[in-house]
Design a protein around this ligand. Sequence first.
Ligand SMILES: [Zn+2]
Ligand SMILES: [Zn+2]
Ligand SMILES: [Zn+2]
Length: 494
Amino acid sequence: QTIYRIGGMENVDVFTCEAKGRGLKAVKEFWAGDVIFAERAYAAVVFDSLTHLVCHTCFKRHEKLQRCGQCKFAHYCDRTCQKDAWANHKNECSAIKRHGKAPNENIRLAARILWRIEKEGGGLTEGCLVSIDNLQNHVDHFGDEEKKEMRIDLESFLEFWPPDNKQFGMTYISHILGVINCNGFTLSDQRGLQAVGVGIFPNLCLVNHDCWPNCTVIFNNGNHQAVRSMFHTQMRIELRALGKISVGEELTVSYVDFLNVSEDRKQQLKKQYYFDCTCEHCQKGIKDDLMMAVKEGNEKPSKEVVKDVIQFSKETLEKIDEARTEGIYHQVVKLCRECLDRQDPVLGDTNLYLLRILSIMSEVLSYLQLFDEAAGYSKRMVDGYMKLYHPNNAQLGMALMRAGVTQWHAGLIEAGHGMICKAYAILLVTHGSTHPITKDLEAMRVQSEMELRMFQENEFMYYKMREAALQNQTIQVMPEPAANEISPGIFQKK
Ligand SMILES: [Zn+2]
Ligand SMILES: [Zn+2]
Ligand SMILES: [Zn+2]
C-alpha cells in the first residue's frame, strides 16, 4: 500500500498566462487516482457553530472531546491532538482569555494567519509555491455589501488582536480577510458528511477552475492514532488525478458543482470568484440540453406546459427549503410528491429540477427509514447523475454510496451491491484506499457481496443473516438531512 507523504510539489510547475493569470501544470504523467500533491493547511479553524463538537486539530467529529483548560474554547480528541495544536493555539488561547470570548471564524482564521506571519514572515514558506502575500484577495471587486462586512470584520479583528503582538496595517489585514473570503477551503468531518471548518492551502489556490476538470481535491483528516508507526498521516488536502494527465497539461479542479446549466455556473463563478469561465463545457454548453431535458416522442409537452412546470418546481423547492430548515420532514415528502406528479409527465429523466426533487425525496425518506419507497427515487436519481457527471466525479460516488445503502436497507441486495461497487470504484480514485469513507465502502462491498451470494444460494439463511446485520447496524442509516451540508463550491464563501 502506498503511503502518501505531505508534498509532491516537485510534480508541478507554476506558469503564468495572460488569459488566466497563474496556474499549475504537470511535469510528469499521471493516471486516475494518483496523488499529484498533498498539502497541510497554512492555517485552519473550526466553524463557530461546531467548536465544541469537532477537534480543533484534526477536524474529526467526536462524541467526547477534551476542552482546553485555559481558554475553555478549544476542544481536542485527546492529548496527541492537544499537543499538536499548541504551537498554533498558544497565541489564540491567551487572546481569547484577554478578550473574554472567541470571535467569529473569519477573525480567528485571520488571527492565526497573522500570528504565523509574525513568526515566519509573509514570504515563501517551506513547501509553498506561493506566499500568503501573493495570494489574490479580490478586495477591488467587492460590492457595497461585501465592503460593509469587511469593515465590521476589521473592527472585530482590531478588538481581538493583542496589543503586545506585532501591529499590522489596515491594508494588510484587509488583504488577509480578502484572501480568506475567496480562498478559504471548506473542511469536512472524517465521513465527508458535514462541513466543519475552513482552512487556507496556498498551493491549492494556484489550481485553476474548469467545469470538467482533470483533478479533484479531497480533504483527508489523517490518522493521528498512528503517530508512532510508518502509517502516520497528517491532516491535509490531496490533489488527485481523475484520469490520464500528460506532461505539460494544466491541472484543474471544479470550484462549483457541475449540476447547473453553463449559464448558471458562469454566473456563480463570476459572483463568487470574479472570473468568466471559458472552459470547453461552458463555451459549447455541453450537457445543457440533458440538464433541461423534456419528455420526447408523441407526448412531447408544449413550451408553455414546460415553463409552468419549471416555475412550479422553483416555488416548491423554496417551500421545501423552509420545511427542511424547520425539520418538518413529512411536509417535505408531501411537497416532493406533489412536485413529482407535475414533473413526471413533462420533464426528461436528466432534467435538473426533477433530479433535485428526487435527491431530496430519497434523502428524507431514508432518514425517516422509509427505505422501500426511498429506493426507487434514489435509483432514478443516480441513473440521471450517471448521464451528467464525469465518471469519476466525487459527488457521483457519494450519491451512489447513499443510494446503494438505501437499496440495501430496502432489501434490494443486487441493486444495492451494484451501486456500492460503483461508488467504491469512484472513491478509490477521488479519495484513495486509505480514506475512512473508502474503507467504509469496502466493508459494505464485502458484506453486500457475501449477502448476495448467500441470497442466490440459500434464501432462508440470507434472511437470518440479514436480521442479524440489521441489529448490528453494520451498514448505517442516514444522518439527519440539511444542517451544514457540504457546500457545492470548493472554496467557502459566506
Ligand atoms: Zn483530533
Ligand atoms: Zn486554550
Ligand atoms: Zn465552465
